[in-house]
Structure formats: C-alpha cells, structure tokens
Design a protein around this ligand. Sequence first.
Ligand code: FE
Ligand code: ZN
Ligand code: FE
Length: 197
Amino acid sequence: MSLETLHDVFLDNLKDLLSAEKQLIKALPKLAKAASNEQLQEALQQHLEVTRGQIDRLEEVFVAIEETARAKHCKGMEGLIEEGNEVLEHKKDASQSALDAAIIVAAQKVEHYEISAYGSVRTFAEELGYTKAAKLLQQTLEEESMANETLNEIAAAVNESALIADESEGEENEATEFSSSNGSSRGRGRNGSKKSR
Ligand code: FE
Ligand code: ZN
Ligand code: FE
C-alpha cells in the first residue's frame, strides 16, 4: 500500500493497531499467569477483556471510515511481547516481587506504545473529519491511559515489597542465592512509580 495521503497513513496505522491488539490478546494471559501480586494479576486479566472490546471498537472504526478491517503485522508489538517473554523466562530464577516489577515494566511499555499510536490515529481521524472514528479512538486511548495509571499504582506496592526483599538479603530469604545475578534491582529508576526517594 502506498502512502500518498493522510488517509493512507491513518489507515495504515489502524491496520497496525488491529494487529497489535490481536497479538496482545495472546500475550496478556501469559503475563497474568506469571504475576504473583493479586492486583497485578487482576489488572492484566481485566485489560485482556478491555483489549477484546478495543478490537471490536477498531472494527467499528473501519466501518465508520468505509474501509475493510484488515490487520497488518505490527512489528512494534511483536518486539514488546518478545521482551515480555524474556521476562517470563526468568520465572524460575527471580524473586516474586522482582518478577512482578519486571512484568509491570513490560506491560507499561505496551501501554505507552498503544497510547502513542491511538493518540496519532485519533488526531488523524479528527483532522480528516471522521467524527465517529475520532470518538471511538479517543475512548480506547482513555482506556489505555487508565491501564497505565493502574499499573503505576500497582508498581508502587510491588516495588515496595521488592525493596523489602532486597533489604532482608542475607537473612532467611530464598531470593538470596539469586541476588548476585540480579544486581540491577537497587537504586535505579523504577517503572513509573511516582514516588521519589
Ligand atoms: Fe489496547
Ligand atoms: Zn506497530
Ligand atoms: Fe492496552
């Protein structure tokens, strides 16, 4: 497909998003299953349901702009999911709270990608005069922002327990034997937690 007009760019990105959401449907259950924190598990499962609705909404957008709903493989989401899978490979050699913290990083990268993409297509829809499509895309954009905010809140709790686990290193702590391979867990910027130390 050639990109001649703004409409072409708009359509191209809608197809990319349709692929992105469909890939996410398959990836979210794995992340949810690996999470230990109950709130995190629930948030990921809930976002799976929300994501299903977003696919329906995208299909409505295609109808509204009188185009065929077709997905075009989203390489960005493929890469982000791949990063999530790398985190899950640590399931055996990670402490629960560190794994949860890493899952949150992966999930928030996904949400930020989506927020960026939906922001762009929402704006294109407005500029091209597709009022209904713009409204639908704005709705999804708000859902993605909410998901990101929820993860911010959960991150604060998860990071707190990860830090407590770090501090009890050397005491009776199963994570101790793995801690040397996990030296990055101290004193770095942490996944969106607004708390400043
Ligand atoms: Fe989404
Ligand atoms: Zn993409
Ligand atoms: Fe999302």
